[in-house]
Design a protein around this ligand. Structure first.
Ligand SMILES: C[S@@+](CC[C@H](N)C(=O)[O-])C[C@H]1O[C@@H](n2cnc3c(N)ncnc32)[C@H](O)[C@@H]1O
Length: 460
């Protein structure tokens, strides 16, 4: 274990008192590795039937599993098929404890690289609207990739400050997750570099940013809507202190109980403004359960929730409609042409949401990028392949996950098909592994031209 900052340790000793030796000792234990099943693509039961990994359930997360350090799930074809996300177990808790009903409008305000946004998107099951925002452009790109890999089709990825975003979405969302930038004290075991860059001023520094973020988040929450605030740090000012600020300045916000787990510890009223309600918050400590460290507070805004609507409202020109109809003859999944929008030559499938002006908003993607209209044809995109299931497209090349050609496909190589695999008709093929889409290929006889985009390829 790296040397931990002494002022951090003495603060933890004061906070934990007789529990402190167990907390300190937990840093000698190896870190825990977690995998979260993408229920947008596969049920937990079905995944367990096909999983090649040795998995143990994470008891407080319905679709989360521990895996051993020796396993390499990021190298398996199922990773490229978007069947799971690799995530530190305690970091799975915030999205798990924010209940989502398909059809709701959901915001993940500090979303990159998407550990929690992918979970929220999966819970929406393709219905409603997810805005996944991050202030950092480079991190927002990684966020978009993860949402695409997960096959989330009803999301918008924005790259805004919370203040500007609030101007577009006043009292708009049913649910909001604020997984705030923080001093990261819960990451010291997982990532020793965080401990090296930490200093005593970090909690105060982040505390100020968090106040601005939460105030804007509250303004975007519908009356009756729910907001979950989380951090991966132990410092009081960023946790109970921040929630005390909310209770004092936003009387319309009340704290709710969080679905219990025996390893959770309650928030400490004495570390905030002594308001007893702070005990409804949850603290995750590494000596009490198999997670690195987190803080959660679930709040509701006074009022009655009004349902979100889902009006489709686009109209395609005749030529685009014809080219899309030709391609979609082979797609059995229900895609509604009234939700397709052409921008330049690109075609997008828009999320189910009410019309509101988004003029000037900085975004990377609104809806699912379906593909491109060329002169006399439609070319499907990689994110579209990831949003389909193996049964959704008429022409499939299905390779076993143990087939050596999968690694070559993911590197962008042309593949040779056996006689039995060669399709009767040339053209677009959905390349799958064990029935789960990886991307597109184009068959010309027994040759499968590779359409896996260069930006998605795996090197080495
Ligand atoms: C804890 S990380 C989010 C992790 C993410 N929720 C996940 O599960 O993968 C916090 C994020 O907040 C972003 N951030 C930093 N300052 C911000 C600000 N002032 N407003 C909004 N987001 C901010 C960072 O770029 C970072 O991606």
């Amino acid at each position: 274990m790296e040397q931990l900052p002494s002022s951090f340790l003495s603060r933890m000793e004061q906070m934990l008192q007789e529990e402190y030796p167990a907390f300190y000792k937990s840093y000698e234990a190896p870190r825990k590795f977690g995998l979260r099943v993408n229920t947008n693509k596969i049920s937990v039961e079905k995944f367990l039937e096909i999983s090649p990994f040795s998995l143990t359930p994470i008891p407080w997360v319905s679709n989360g599993f521990f895996y051993g350090e020796e396993e390499r799930p990021s190298r398996h074809p199922y990773y490229a098929a978007g069947l799971y996300y690799l995530q530190e177990p305690s970091a799975m808790t915030p999205a798990e404890r924010l209940e989502i009903t398909p059809g709701e409008y959901v915001l993940d305000l500090c979303a990159a690289p998407g550990g929690k946004a992918t979970a929220l998107g999966a819970k929406l099951q393709g219905k409603g609207f997810l805005v996944a925002n991050d202030i950092s452009n480079s991190r927002a790109k990684a966020l978009l990739r993860n949402l695409e890999l997960f096959g989330i089709r009803n999301s918008m990825v924005t790259n805004e400050t919370p203040g500007r975003l609030a101007g577009y979405f006043p009292e708009f969302f049913d649910k909001i997750l604020v997984d705030a930038p923080c001093s990261g004290e819960g990451m010291f075991r997982k990532d020793p570099d965080v401990a090296k860059t930490w200093d005593e001023t970090r909690p105060e520094f982040f505390g100020k940013i968090q106040k601005d973020i939460i105030a804007n988040a509250i303004s975007m929450l519908k009356p009756g809507g729910r907001l979950l605030y989380s951090t991966c740090t132990f410092s009081p000012v960023e946790n109970e202190g921040l929630i005390s600020y909310v209770l004092e300045h936003f009387p319309e916000m009340k704290l709710l109980d969080i679905a219990p787990y025996e390893g959770f510890a309650p928030g400490y009223p004495s570390l905030g403004n002594n308001d007893e309600r702070l005990a409804k918050c949850v603290r995750i400590f590494p000596h009490r359960m198999d997670g690195e460290g987190h803080f959660l507070a679930l709040m509701e805004k006074e009022g009655t929730l009004t349902p979100s609507s889902d009006r489709p409202r686009t109209k395609l020109d005749k030529i685009s409609q014809k080219l899309l109809e030709d391609f979609f003859q082979n797609v059995s999944a229900p895609y509604d042409f009234q939700k397709m929008e052409v921008r330049g030559s690109n075609v997008y499938y828009l999320p189910d949401k009410d019309t509101c002006s988004l003029k000037g908003i900085k975004f990377l993607r609104n809806g699912l990028f379906l593909g491109e209209l060329k002169k006399n044809r439609f070319e499907p995109s990689q994110p579209f392949a990831m949003a389909l299931s193996g049964e959704d497209y008429a022409h499939v090349i299905n390779l076993s996950s143990s087939d050596e050609r999968i690694a070559r496909y993911l590197k962008g190589e042309t593949l040779l098909l056996s006689e039995a695999e060669t399709p009767a008709q040339n053209g677009w093929q959905l390349v799958c592994t064990d029935g789960f889409p990886l991307g597109w290929g184009k068959a010309v006889g027994s040759t499968l031209k590779n359409k896996y985009p260069s930006g998605w390829r795996q090197m080495g």
